[in-house]
Design a protein around this ligand. Structure first.
Ligand code: AMP
Ligand code: GLY
Length: 423
């Protein structure tokens, strides 16, 4: 047993999506000799851990009290924005996840934009509006299209519209006015950046960091670039189209300045920082920060990093990096998300699902539920079918073979995930 396992009394993964299933799978792969818990978990996670019907930060903290020290890995942004990491740290648990203050890098796009401007981190030019009329007036003054409109608050990847023209912008402005809180928190109008996107994940203690392999996610619902933004319909890793020079640019212009900024502002950051970057003609520019791992990026990153995740998370939760860098992966992975019909608007629920496992693949659960012993869909993104292979092309074949072996009536999925990986 490693020294980490001798001290920790158990491991809790917070969340219920495919990302958390993958995080738990990564931990369970090396069979740590301590109890594994998930809160609230899902039927896939229930095969690896005891699922606890806890949702609020207060309920989770109350359950954990007196059981410590636990290693707690917080998957989603919601509990981080609500301060779960602070509550658990105060009780002596070892937590992977930034403080509530630092989580504002994701929970408030206004906070993130101001942070980047203060520290000279490249990002699109922006203005914020707190009223529908002011925003409509801004749209009327626009001469350059597209224009990007973003809700400042957390919106599960659905609060961003790249408006091609004034009509589209105005209909988005009107639609968002149905919820008064959207304008109370502010809507950002920003310049549209052109280029190719890449998801950069780092494990960081707020001053040092290690890169996870680069990943590519597919945010649009379909192949049509005008289709709605989603939480992510698929992903692959590693990405090999980014040159060493581009990576160095990202390090010097973005990642190192972020570390300095976190230090200067005294933010407590122990966890994963995900920087969504657009590679533009004038260099890398930050699209967004996420203060946790991406979904579905996690479903491809964890399987290709065959490391002792318990050790890495345990060290990170105490502000240390387990090694100066992560090993280079020698496999690739492709994840294809199966969503319910209607996602991202109104997803159908209750469709029966049957999964037949195929070779060189994994299936991570997201919105699934057991109803009378049967697995059924229970929301938007339902499953992630992950194929593994020596390279992305082979992993892609294996992921779609697994997709074919899942019976899930009227599911929606993209058929082009990772098709452009080698380009
Ligand atoms: P965000 O949640 O800020 O990452 O936005 C979601 C998606 O919208 C991004 O992954 C991009 O595809 C797109 N997007 C956001 N901001 C911009 C921008 N300034 N220019 C172009 N596309 C953007
Ligand atoms: N895949 C994008 C996200 O996790 O926000």
């Amino acid at each position: 047993m490693s020294s980490a396992a001798q001290m920790m009394r158990g491991i809790l993964v917070v969340g219920s999506g495919a990302r958390e299933h993958a995080i738990l799978w990564g931990i369970a792969r090396r069979s740590p000799q301590v109890p594994l818990y998930a809160a609230p978990g899902n039927p896939g996670m229930a095969e690896l851990a005891q699922c606890l019907p806890l949702k609020s930060p207060q309920d989770i903290a109350a359950w954990a009290r007196g059981k410590g020290p636990l290693l707690v890995v917080i998957g989603p942004e919601g509990p981080l924005a609500e301060g779960l990491s602070d509550l658990l740290r105060a009780d002596g648990h070892v937590v992977v996840g930034p403080s509530r203050e630092a989580a504002q890098l994701e929970s408030s796009k206004a906070y993130a934009k101001k942070f980047m401007d203060r520290h000279g981190i490249p990002t699109a030019g922006w203005e914020i509006f707190y009223g529908e009329k002011d925003l409509a007036a801004h749209v009327a003054r626009q001469s350059e299209w597209p224009l990007v409109l973003k809700q400042s608050r957390l919106a599960q990847g659905k609060g961003v519209v790249v408006a091609a023209d004034a009509d589209q912008a105005l209909s988005c402005i009107a639609e968002w006015s149905a919820d008064a809180q959207v304008y109370a928190d502010g809507v950002i109008a920003e310049t549209c950046l052109e280029g190719r996107e890449v998801s950069v994940h780092i494990l960081t203690n707020g001053s040092e960091y290690v890169w996870l392999p680069l990943a590519q996610d597919y945010k649009r619902l379909t192949e049509d670039p005008q289709s709605p933004n989603t939480g992510g319909m698929g992903a692959y890793a590693p990405v090999d189209w980014l040159s060493a020079e581009d990576r160095e640019d990202i390090r010097i212009r973005i990642l190192d300045p972020i570390m300095q900024a976190i230090g200067q502002e005294g933010l407590l950051y122990r966890g994963v920082l995900y920087v969504g970057i657009m590679m533009t003609d004038s260099g890398p520019s930050v699209l967004e920060f996420n203060v946790r791992m991406g979904d579905p990026e996690t479903e491809v990153l964890i399987p290709i990093l065959d490391i002792d995740w318990t050790h890495w998370w345990w060290e990170l939760g105490q502000g240390r990096l387990a090694a100066p860098q992560l090993p280079q992966p020698d496999t690739a992975a492709v994840a294809v998300v199966l969503a319910s019909e209607g996602y991202p608007r109104q997803a159908l629920r209750g469709q029966p699902i049957t999964i037949t496992p195929t070779d060189d693949s994994l299936v991570f659960h997201a919105a699934t539920r057991l109803a009378g012993g049967r697995l059924v869909a229970d929301g938007g993104r339902v499953l992630a079918a992950v194929g593994l292979g020596r390279n992305v092309a082979q992993a892609r074949v294996n992921s779609y073979r697994q997709v074919q072996a899942i019976s899930f009536p009227s599911s929606c999925k993209r058929m082009d995930i990772a098709r452009d990986a080698g380009e």
